[in-house]
Design a protein around this ligand. Structure first.
Ligand code: SF4
Length: 337
C-alpha cells in the first residue's frame, strides 16, 4: 500500500455551441425513449423531455472538466487526469460531495462536436487519460461520442469512473471504448445499502457490474507507472460501518485479488445536501477505525492498490458554481477552446 493523495481540482472549461439532439431512429434514441439504462428502470421518454431519477434528458450535460491532480498516482501521472464531471446521477447518496452536479442540476449541454473538442483540449493540455465521472446514464451517447473521439486521434486511455450501480448489458455498450474501469464498491450489505445509500439493491447490481469489468482483462501499466487498462475498485469507508467495509474487503479478496486494484478512501466528510432529510454519519473516520481497516487489509492479503492517509483536517468540499472552487494550487487551468 502507498500513502495517499489529496483530492484535486476540477477546472471549468467552457466551449459551447448548440447541442445536437440524438439522431432519430438509432439504437441510442430507442434506449432513451423508454429509459432502462440503469437499475432504476424508470421507463421515461428522455427524448420527449421526461426525466427519470437521474434527472437528465437526451443531450449530454457536464458541469466541469480539467486536469485532476488528486486522483490515485497511476491515474494522475505527471500531467493530471483529464476529468469530466457529468451532470445527474441515478444514485442519490445523502452525503454526496458533488451534490450540486449530481442532484442540483448544475451543468451545461455539450454537443458531439464540442465534446470531441473538449477531449482534444484535455489531451493537448497534457492529460494522462480521459476520466469520465458519473457517466452511466449517458452510456449510449458516450459510446457514440468516444468512438468518434478515438477515431479522431485522441488515443488516451478512457476511465469509466462510476458508482457501480450499473447493468452489465449497458456496460457492454461502452466496453470497446473504455480502457480503465474505476467503479465504487460502496457496500455489499443490503441493510447498509438501504440505510446509507437508499438503494437496497445496490449490492447485487454492483457485484455484477464489477464482475463484468474484471472480465475485461487484467491491470496493465506502462513503464512510468501509469495505468493503461484494467479495474481499480474504490471503497469509501463510512464511520460506524466497519462490518460493511469488512465484507467489501473480504469479497474483494475472494473475487478480485490478483485481477484488480483496490483504492481505499477514508475521506468521508459529513455533507449537508439541500432538501436531504435522511440521516448520515455525522462525523469523520476516527483513528481506531482507520487502524482497524488497515488490519483488515493485512488479514485479507490485499496489497495491490492504495489507501488514503487519515488527514487530521476535514476535506474541503467543491463548489461547482465557482470557476476555481478549491484554490489555484491543485489544478492547472486549460487554455480556452
Ligand atoms: S438512466 Fe436515469 S432515466 Fe434511465 S433508468 Fe436510470 S435513473 Fe431512470
Amino acid at each position: 500500500m502507498e500513502g495517499l493523495w489529496v483530492w484535486g481540482m476540477p477546472v471549468k472549461l467552457a466551449v459551447m455551441n448548440s447541442p445536437e439532439p440524438a439522431v432519430p431512429g438509432t439504437r441510442t434514441t430507442q434506449l432513451l425513449s423508454s429509459c432502462r439504462l440503469c437499475p432504476r428502470n424508470c421507463g421515461v421518454n428522455r427524448l420527449a423531455g421526461e426525466r427519470g431519477l437521474c434527472g437528465e434528458g437526451a443531450v449530454l450535460r457536464a458541469a466541469m472538466a480539467g486536469l485532476h491532480f488528486g486522483e490515485e498516482p497511476p491515474l494522475r501521472g505527471r500531467g493530471g487526469s483529464g476529468t469530466i464531471f457529468f451532470s445527474g446521477c441515478a444514485m442519490k447518496c445523502p452525503f454526496c460531495q458533488n451534490h450540486q452536479i449530481s442532484r442540483g442540476g448544475v451543468g451545461r449541454e455539450w454537443s458531439r462536436r464540442n465534446f470531441a473538442a473538449l477531449c482534444r483540449a484535455l489531451r493537448d493540455a497534457g492529460a494522462e487519460n480521459l476520466n469520465l465521472v458519473t457517466p452511466s446514464h449517458w452510456a449510449p451517447l458516450l459510446a457514440e461520442h468516444l468512438r468518434e473521439v478515438k477515431a479522431g486521434g485522441v488515443t488516451l486511455p478512457v476511465a469509466w469512473n462510476s458508482s457501480g450501480y450499473e447493468k452489465p448489458s449497458v456496460l457492454e455498450m461502452v466496453a470497446d471504448t473504455v480502457d480503465i474501469w474505476l467503479p465504487d464498491l460502496k457496500t455489499l450489505d443490503e441493510d447498509t445499502a438501504r440505510r446509507c445509500y437508499g438503494r437496497e439493491d445496490y449490492p447485487r447490481h454492483a457485484a455484477g457490474a464489477l464482475r463484468f469489468m474484471a472480465a475485461r482483462g487484467p491491470v496493465e501499466m506502462d513503464g512510468e507507472g501509469r495505468m493503461l487498462r484494467g479495474l481499480m475498485v474504490r471503497h469509501l469507508v463510512l464511520p460506524g460501518e466497519m462490518a460493511s467495509t469488512r465484507n467489501v474487503l473480504k469479497w474483494f479478496a475472494d473475487n478480485l485479488r490478483g485481477k484488480a486494484w483496490l483504492s481505499l478512501m477514508t475521506q468521508y466528510t459529513p455533507v449537508s445536501v439541500p432538501g436531504e432529510r435522511r440521516p448520515i454519519p455525522g462525523r469523520r473516520l476516527n483513528a481506531r477505525e482507520y487502524t482497524a481497516v488497515l488490519d483488515m487489509l493485512e488479514e485479507f492479503g490485499i496489497d495491490d492498490g492504495f489507501v488514503q492517509d487519515l488527514s487530521p483536517k476535514a476535506m474541503g468540499l467543491p463548489d461547482f458554481h465557482d470557476i476555481n472552487p478549491f484554490g489555484p494550487s491543485l489544478f492547472r487551468p486549460l487554455p480556452s477552446g
